[in-house]
Ligand binder design. Structure first.
Ligand code: TXA
Ligand code: MG
Length: 322
């Protein structure tokens, strides 16, 4: 049974009420172009603590702060490099999170005690509308992880949010329905604290796009103590066990590009025609497998680079044993 209020028609007054709810310490789940987020006022320690409770997430994992415009960068961060500004100008609003050295405003309770802070301007009209309303009443950011239980598949629809975490929400909390996420995979995370950008989590903003925009070679240096929970081995996982690049047997789930035929007796969960479509439908296909009670899902991965790299990254983690 869901405790949070599910709101389907998010008109302007709904967004201003949702901003007030955030100010009062409630949680608001909201759509972005990547996946749905579970938001709290980034300056409210109690509200942020509830995100960790609802997700069942370890306290030392940092949250991404969602901001209305790049003007908010200097409120939350310092030592902003020119290449980071170039990235923000080119790709915000969009599926990209930038990691900076934090300012005094970014407290330990949102950064997981780290000296850095992750910022993103999401590209979704509801998310941007909500952030504008927040700004009007003095909130500088919405701290939001993906709105799933820790380690599970991120939700790409409001119904998936309700199924994942609805039971853990309170009557004051809200779930805003903004339709299915357009990208379907979490944002690219880029560490901007060094001399050159470094990709911590691949996504729709690719290495080529970053290098073209900044004129810098993306750093390959992996020696870092920056923690990214999405880079834990086992993550983004459905209940079903995932097998990669094998044919499905009878009774098993099957996800593959549309040009791959369904093996006899397998249960086809998705047939994406393009890499973009693959990213968009992947998480709902994994959820559908769970909804059907499937024990195993065989997945033929997309080939190539760009977004296919991010899809294979998530599938590799989803396939790790529990
Ligand atoms: O697309 C997205 O990024 C979605 C939407 C809701 O914006 N959010 C999302 O949040 O995927 P989450 O918390 O599920 O994953 C964010 C990742 C985590 O792995 C976290 O460790 C990392 O970002 N992160 C956040 N702040 C960081 C920081 N200061 N340094 C390093 N990693 C950070
Ligand atoms: Mg997540």
């Amino acid at each position: 049974m869901s405790q949070g209020q599910f709101l389907s028609n998010c008109a302007a007054d709904t967004l201003s009420n949702a901003a007030e709810s955030l100010k009062n310490g409630a949680l608001v789940a909201f759509p972005t172009e990547t996946v749905y987020g579970l938001g709290a006022d980034a300056s409210n320690e109690k509200a942020v603590a509830r995100i960790y409770q609802v997700k069942g997430r370890p306290q030392d994992h940092p949250l991404i702060l969602h901001i209305a415009t790049m003007n908010e960068i200097t409120y939350w961060a310092q030592n902003i490099s020119d290449y980071a500004i170039a990235l923000a100008r080119s790709f915000w609003p969009g599926p990209m999170t930038l990691i900076f050295k934090r300012s005094d405003a970014a407290k330990d309770f949102v950064t997981g005690g780290q000296d850095t802070v992750g910022l993103r301007v999401p590209d979704h009209s509801l998310a941007l509308g909500l952030l504008q309303e927040c700004k009007k009443i003095g909130l500088h950011a919405i701290a939001a992880p993906s709105a799933n239980r820790f380690g599970h598949v991120s939700p790409t629809t409001a119904v998936a949010v309700q199924e994942e975490i609805g039971a853990y929400l309170s009557a004051e909390d809200l779930i805003l329905d903004g339709g299915a996420a357009q990208v379907g995979l979490e944002s690219t995370i880029i560490d901007c604290t060094g001399d050159a950008p470094r990709i911590l989590r691949p996504g729709a903003i690719t290495q080529v796009m970053i290098e073209e925009t900044t004129g810098l070679k993306v750093s390959e240096n992996n020696n870092s103590d920056i923690r990214v929970s999405g880079s834990l081995e086992k993550h983004y996982a459905p209940n079903a066990q995932i097998f990669l690049d094998v044919q499905a047997s009878e009774g098993q789930g099957f996800i593959a590009p549309s040009n791959v035929a369904t093996p006899p007796g397998a249960i086809r969960l998705a047939s994406p025609q393009t890499t973009d479509e693959y990213a968009r439908v992947l998480y709902s296909a994994l959820r559908e497998g769970d909804a059907q009670g499937l024990k195993t899902i065989a997945v033929i991965q997309p080939t190539g680079d760009g977004l296919a790299i991010a899809i294979r990254d998530r599938l590799m983690r989803a396939s790790k044993g529990r």
